[in-house]
Write a protein that binds this ligand. Structure first.
Ligand code: 4UW
Length: 521
């Protein structure tokens, strides 16, 4: 059996909770500013962050919000996001993170599925949160800042809790981000303290992270890339965060210029802006050494265009929510064009033939399997999905097709799983299909991803309708009332029947081929 061993020396297993690991990195620099609000300029020193986390944790425990039920956090990036996240973790609780662009329908699904007892949100998303809770009166609501008729975050503060509440570092789920994995609806991904604290150290080592690095942090903290690589690694490893609630090219460039950023952490659609937008020339980015991208495939022409325009290296990493998230990173010291990276310390890989189940040697294409301390505990309340994804001896089947070359560099070449990636965000075909067939005039539906220069992929649907059939526009606007902007359908095609295998599985490849023949007409 070909098990790909990492060339990097293994790190000792972390014995710290994720917040203890972050505090370890904050303690030696108590007077230093570590988080700046990129919108209003508010500054938090390391000492401020520790103090806020401890007082909020104390209050959350005193009021009984933890550890009984998960706390849901639905907010854009801000200094408060980091404080709330770590306060819940320090208090021994569980956080489930929601995309702040979610509709009431999507919020309800995650609150019900995770069993959250409290939803903390932002004034900008308060109205949709209230709408979601009309059907879930048992969930309490709290707002960051203040708003009429709503519990405010400051009211949850209490006496400081000085120590980490005891938790099982391997079995307690500190965070439940949602991912559809290789198939089906979004599921809660149970990540432990050990998953998160190890992945901070693994990533910092693989990425050759240096103290003093400042990140223009627009990658959302609710998604595992922003959570571990931005929020946790920067706080734990001597970095500084300038938080951005959403991507704004001008603000992003200004922060990178003013803070002499050495590295940009991005997703492929931002690479497109960096390669093409005229604004880029107006900023002094001379401190930049590397642009680092992940979460979706990056073409080599785009990668080369960014590198030559910004006169720096363009590197990639690979991650997955179920891996807390990072398993591969391309180091600046040994770059390799087009690679998704070398395996991090403590990370073992296999390339397994989907047809025969056999391990494949270097240079051959197969499914990427990963084993290491960053591999999730499992999916929340879903043993079947957990069993389908994790082998009994701890290998995670990624659902991605990859090649590992003779030097250990991994290249993602295709995807076996159903997932669609829109600008790096997950769109689960099953979620769109469930939404479509809930329409009274739609009898069956299938959704696939269509390649798109800006977004990477866009969702498109095939539908079987009853008479009278709704128009494509009616179907699109119906989906618009149910699901957030990045899950919207870019095309609707009417068909007589959805092609399926004898076991009822949608034959997506047939649909994909039919779409290409339609587009080329
Ligand atoms: N090339 C091609 C890639 C790549 C990719 C991911 O939403 P999730 O679950 O998770 C992520 C995490 C991305 C990430 C985290 C940390 C990091 O350092 C980094 O590199 C900078 C990236 O996206 O989606 C997981 C799925 O996204 C695809 C792939 O299909 C994977 O299973 N994906 N990275 N470099 N595809």
């Amino acid at each position: 059996m070909t098990h790909y061993e990492t060339a990097a020396s293994d790190l000792p297993l972390s014995t710290l909770s994720v917040t203890e690991r972050v505090f370890e990195g904050l303690a030696p620099r108590l007077e230093d500013v570590v988080i700046i609000d990129g919108i209003d300029g508010r500054k938090f020193t390391a000492g401020d962050v520790i103090d806020h986390v401890k007082r909020l944790a104390g209050g959350l425990r005193a009021a009984g919000h933890v550890p009984q039920k998960p706390i849901a956090l639905m907010a854009p990036n801000s200094p408060e996001y980091c404080i709330i996240f770590h306060a819940v973790a320090w208090a021994g609780g569980t956080i489930t993170t929601l995309n702040p662009t979610y509709t009431a329908h999507e919020i309800r699904h995650q609150l019900r599925d995770s069993g959250a007892g409290l939803l903390i949100t932002d004034p900008a998303t308060l109205a949709v949160a209230k709408e979601a809770l009309e059907e879930l009166p048992e969930v309490q609501l709290c707002v960051i800042g203040s708003a009429d008729d709503c519990l405010s975050l400051s009211a949850l503060y209490g006496p400081a809790q000085e120590q980490q509440c005891p938790v099982d570092l391997d079995r307690h789920s500190v965070v439940l981000p949602y991912s559809s994995g290789t198939t089906g609806l979004p599921k809660g991904v149970c990540l432990s303290h050990r998953n998160l604290s190890m992945n901070i150290d693994q990533t910092a080592q693989g990425a050759e992270f240096r103290a003093g690095e400042t990140a223009a942090a627009f990658l959302p903290f609710f998604h595992i890339y922003g959570m571990t690589v931005m929020m946790n690694m920067h706080l734990a490893c001597g970095g500084v965060l300038v938080t951005m609630p959403r991507f704004d090219l001008e603000l992003f460039l200004r922060i990178c210029q003013d803070h002499r950023a050495r590295r940009m952490w991005i997703v492929p659609p931002v690479a497109l802006a960096l390669a093409k937008h005229p604004l880029v020339d107006a900023y002094d980015l001379s401190a930049l050494e590397q642009v680092f991208s992940g979460a979706a495939p990056m073409g080599s022409a785009l990668s080369d265009a960014v590198a030559s325009r910004l006169n720096c290296a363009m590197l990639q990493g690979y991650g997955m929510t179920e891996l807390a998230p990072v398993s591969h990173i391309t180091p600046l010291s040994t770059p390799r064009s087009g690679a998704s990276g070398l395996a991090l310390p403590n990370t073992r890989c296999r390339i397994v033939s989907p047809e025969t189940g056999e391990d494949l040697p270097p240079g051959e294409e197969g499914e990427l399997w990963i084993k290491g301390p960053q591999v999730m505990i499992g999916y929340l309340n879903n043993e079947t999905a957990t069993r389908d994804t994790l082998t009994s001896d701890g290998w995670l089947k990624t659902g991605d097709v990859a090649i590992i070359d003779a030097d250990g560099y991994m290249f993602i070449v295709d995807r076996l799983k159903e997932l669609i990636k829109y600008k790096g965000f997950q769109v689960a075909p099953a979620e769109l299909e469930a939404c479509l067939v809930a329409h009274p005039q739609i009898q069956d539906a299938a959704v696939i991803g269509l390649p798109d220069e800006e977004a990477g992929e866009v969702p498109v649907a095939f539908v079987v309708c009853a008479d009278p059939a709704p128009s494509p526009e009616e179907i699109q606007s119906y989906v618009g009332t149910q699901l957030s902007h990045y899950k919207q359908l870019h095309r609707v095609t009417f068909v007589e029947a959805i092609p399926k295998s004898p076991s009822g599985k949608i034959l997506r490849r047939l649909l994909r081929n039919s779409l290409y023949s339609i587009s080329s007409l």
